[in-house]
Write a protein that binds this ligand. Sequence first.
Ligand SMILES: [Zn+2]
Length: 459
Amino acid sequence: MLAALPLRADFEARWQEIRAGASARELYTLLYALPKGGDIHNHLPGSYFPEQWLRAATDPALKGRADYYTRVRGGGTFNLAAPEPVYPLETIRAAAWRALPEASRADWKPLGELTAAERAAWISQYQIDRPGEGRYTFFAAPRQRLTHLGQDPVVMTELLVETMKLYGAEGVRYLELQASPFTLHTPEGKPIPEDEAAAIYEAALQRPDAKATGVEVRFQITGNRYIADAEAQVVRIFKFLDRHRGRWVGINLAGIEERGTGYPSRFLSTFRDLRRTYADIGISIHAGEMDGPNTHVRDTLLLGASRIGHAVTLIKDPDTLLQMRHRSWLVEINLISNHLLEYTPDLAVHPFPEYLRLGIPVCLNTDDRGWWHSTMTDEYYVAVTRYRLAWSELRQIGRASLAHAFLDPATKARLIAAHDAELDAFERKLAAGNWRDALATVKPVTFGYAARQFGLTFP
Ligand SMILES: [Zn+2]
């Protein structure tokens, strides 16, 4: 699938000169402008930044959304081990707030009326930004705090279009987003039927400002791997994908792998049964996002996956690692996610460069960038500064993200051709005269991760 790319000796030398001579700001600026292909491992709503949530959920101009209340008192300290943990700054729709007993309603206030300090706390709650925060904070608490916001079709689609704009500005042309057509609700809290939900997402993608981004979007649906009825959920997802081909292109499974009930081989007979009925459903599954050695990547390939999310533990499974060399199975790398959720607390020893240089197809992705407060540029910046990526490797990574996308052949060919042309033009600009001149008008957008980890902010 992934054609070998000729090593462009001419530009390779120029790139090495740039990489060695550029300041941190200059290198970041170049990588912001770099055409990057696709981000194909990326969750909704986890990709939305907390500031975006706050704005959209309180914007009077945004018609049809629910109003929201946030718990500002009585939340106590978050304790995951409590039988019914109470989530500080949990945010719920007004209809749910009205249904609370009168005594507890006083603990909440309208989201739009938070003080500056409360807003800052709210924003920090929806980020992994403080010492001691890591995977358990992420997997457990944020979900419940945000549930109702993530069910609001108006907020979700408004932020989808905003997200396309942010990606388009940083040179990303394709998004394969993990979204759910099963969870949207009306402002009164009534579930919206799944086909109607699909139509709501479709309408957002047809908005002129969405189309103007030039970003192509497809959706995957992600099941929760460890719940009791996970198999039934997989069946439901396959049926939905079969009815909505073209836009909804793949199934995924996620959730803490260490939890005993979410192991991949649990699903083997379910996927085999479904393959008797359904052809050509994209399968990409989180696997090997763990600490210890295990066979989860191998077991997930057996499920029929052609792409693996994370595969951090693949490095500890030599037989499968060797199998994946020169195959057409891709690993979706998520450097910043692995860093902040402590699967590789030290990015210096992340297996990504080993996979890349062993010939395993890899691409860079952002996973839940809203929680990391990061961007695709940050992922590239980490990769280039930590692992000294060659220019041919940068080209290879971007191309792999499109070559392995769950796209119809015609769209895939069109996106790859456009990506190659964009990269060629980018090379020509940097090759001519002083490369710094080519970047003079580039204005990077950075968030908390770049400020905290690289010391980089742009006005
Ligand atoms: Zn993920």
